[in-house]
Write a protein that binds this ligand. Structure first.
Ligand SMILES: [Zn+2]
Length: 200
């Protein structure tokens, strides 16, 4: 049951992310199918996302909720966060965060606090689908302190650094039998989701 409800919430979150993109495109008069040109270096976007996520980890654990946001750049490639949104234990919607003159370059979200109910240490396949649909890379922080990058172009989720490389929830308990691999595509994430044990 919990799995299904998480599934539905994440689908809603994905829909919200798609809707956000439309809003942002209208705000910037951006043609729908032209490739997005990003001025900032990918390594700068990644460091920025890492910093933002690390700063949200403790609150995420304490409040047992996800936080999410969109990183944008101005014409010079200077990065900023449009807005940080509060989600709940298993979902977070980006809402309407578009601003004229700022182009979205990536999304980020935390996975809330450690929970025995959810497979928190890997991205969900909806996370991946949502970033592909919005044509934005996505960054994720897990309760175990893992840092993931979702690459929308190669349609893969890649572990940037493992357990404890970001702030870790003191209640986090590793599940050695279900440790995430270093890379997933949608099919393999779906497989992982189907095979998630009810408990570690
Ligand atoms: Zn997620």
């Amino acid at each position: 049951m919990m799995k299904l409800s998480r599934n539905n919430l994440l689908t809603l979150a994905a829909c919200a992310a798609v809707w956000l993109l439309i809003v942002v495109r209208i705000a910037n008069h951006e043609p729908e199918y032209e490739p997005r040109e990003i001025v900032a270096a990918p390594s700068d976007v990644q460091s920025y996302a890492r910093q933002q996520l690390n700063a949200l980890q403790k609150r995420s654990f304490a409040e047992q909720r996800e936080f999410c946001g969109v990183i944008a750049e101005n014409a010079n490639g200077t990065l900023s966060t449009l807005q940080v949104f509060e989600g709940d234990i298993a979902s977070c919607s980006y809402g309407d965060a578009g601003r004229v003159g700022l182009n979205p370059v990536a999304t980020f979200h935390t996975h809330g606090g450690a929970s025995v109910k959810y497979d928190d240490e890997a991205p969900s396949f909806q996370d991946l689908q949502s970033d592909i649909a919005t044509r934005l890379d996505g960054y994720l922080a897990t309760p175990g302190g893992r840092f993931w990058r979702i690459d929308w172009q190669s349609q893969t989720a890649n572990l940037v650094c493992g357990e404890g490389c970001l702030e870790q929830d003191p209640n986090y308990k590793p599940c050695p039998a279900f440790e995430p691999e270093g890379q997933y595509d949608i099919k393999r994430l779906q497989k992982r989701f189907r095979e998630t044990p009810a408990r570690c």
